[in-house]
Design a protein around this ligand. Structure first.
Ligand SMILES: C[S@@+](CC[C@H](N)C(=O)[O-])C[C@H]1O[C@@H](n2cnc3c(N)ncnc32)[C@H](O)[C@@H]1O
Length: 405
């Protein structure tokens, strides 16, 4: 068994628990009150009417409560479970075990070991390589056309990281779109029109093409995807590839995110590594268009880097890399709080391991209530006053935001 410390343990657990090799997840030793007061939660794959589902057993106070989730609902349920107060996490997969222990001081201790689940993998119908929305193995004319796979059906070495990023990103977006239980989903079937999805700062649009492929071709969902980028050259290439693929219902525009006026208001706004404050523009676009959900993986952030000052943080701010990381954390905290203030239930998660991209943080937000979350507004104002900064998101939201802060 090997032991290690890691700051991206959530992504490690996530990859293990979402993949096809997943066998069992045990969360125990809650540090605070889990709601309701569960002492232990166990999740494992089961087959229900020939569908692979995840069965979650919540135990506490001598009671067991069992819920089954469809496989596509599992990533979101998993994120909710991981956000709970459990300090011991054990993931068993066919490939190996992962133990996480969070100490009282918040240190995360990770150990990996040989698989403790004996015998062959459970006889469940699933892709044995990795349970990705886009399969890693085998020929795929679409992935070949966009340059991710070679003619032998292998992911090109230079595209491995991008492939993992978009697969993980889609894995988080998909349950928002197709969720069938729980909160009101973005169920396209209930919409009298296709679901409108806007990808801001789409660049070469690997994500836009891949999401279109998964939702429209594989899941048969009525969705209209639009990619925008201010770089004319990349948009011209996207349009050429779209025409080559014959996917005429995909659209691309040369546009600045802030200035873009979509023909129809988006239901879902995405951005994957849009530079610096372009992430704020994407979030603001989603909020101001009343989008049902917003998913953004921020990229480089320079906005607060030279603005943050505090006599209490002199020791941190003197080191460039620490200053940069602190500025990143504050920027994303302001974004998450702004979303909460505007009525979005918001999670900040690691969507993929840091080896696929060091920019592996993702903000996922769903509109669940009216704007005006007073607790979030108080936290936002306090944080802003402490650092004496005016975050970009605030200026972009303008008069829609001002009454609350
Ligand atoms: C790092 S690339 C990411 C591209 C793509 N989303 C991906 O993950 O592969 C960032 C893209 O955002 C675009 N971009 C940056 N700021 C923008 C803005 N304000 N409006 C539109 N596009 C922007 C850039 O032109 C660039 O293509």
């Amino acid at each position: 068994m090997s032991s290690t410390h890691s700051d991206n343990w959530q992504a490690m657990v996530r990859e293990a628990a979402i993949g096809a090799a997943f066998r069992r997840l045990t969360l125990s030793a809650p540090a605070g009150a889990a709601e309701p007061p569960w002492e232990k939660i166990v999740a494992r794959p089961v087959e229900i009417r020939s569908d692979r589902c995840i069965q979650v057993t919540y135990s506490g106070g001598g009671k067991n409560n069992v819920r089954n989730f469809r496989e596509r609902e599992w990533p979101r349920q998993f994120d909710d479970l991981l956000a709970g107060p459990f300090t011991q996490i054990h993931v068993q997969t066919a490939d190996g075990d992962l133990h996480i222990r969070i100490t009282r001081k918040g240190r995360v201790l990770i150990s990996k070991g040989a698989p403790s689940v004996a015998g062959p993998a459970q006889a469940l119908p699933h892709n044995r390589t990795k349970d990705y929305p886009l399969p890693a193995d085998g020929p795929d004319s679409f992935l070949e056309a966009i340059g991710i796979k070679n003619q032998r059906g292998e992911v090109r070495p230079s595209m491995q990281a991008k492939f993992r990023q978009i697969n993980a990103f889609i894995g988080l977006v998909e349950p928002l779109v197709v969720r069938s239980t729980g909160d009101e989903p973005l169920v396209p079937a209930r919409l009298p029109r296709p679901l409108e999805i806007l990808d801001c700062g789409c660049g070469s649009a690997y994500l836009t093409f891949a999401l279109h492929h998964v939702l429209v071709h594989s899941r048969r969902i009525r969705a209209t995807l639009t990619g925008i980028d201010r770089n004319r050259e990349v948009i011209e290439k996207c349009l050429a590839l779209r025409d080559q693929l014959g996917w005429s219902d995909l659209s691309f525009h040369v546009a600045d995110i802030g200035a873009f006026r979509p023909a129809n208001p988006p239901d879902l706004v995405l951005s994957l590594h849009a530079c610096d404050t372009a992430t704020d523009e994407a979030i603001a676009k989603g909020i101001l268009s009343n989008s049902r959900a917003i998913v953004a993986a921020p990229c480089c952030q320079h906005e607060l880097h030279h603005k943050i000052k505090s006599p209490h943080f002199t020791a941190v701010l003197r080191h460039g890399i620490l200053r940069e990381r602190l500025a990143d954390i504050l920027t994303d905290t302001f974004r998450a709080l702004a979303l909460q203030i505007m009525g979005y239930r918001t999670q900040v998660v690691e969507f993929v391991s840091a080896d696929a991209t060091p920019k592996n943080l993702l903000i996922r937000a769903e509109r669940t209530q009216e704007p005006g979350n007073a607790d979030a507004a108080r936290e936002y104002v306090e944080l802003k006053q402490f650092w004496n900064v005016e975050p970009a998101i605030e200026g972009l939201l303008g008069t829609a935001f001002r009454p609350f802060v």
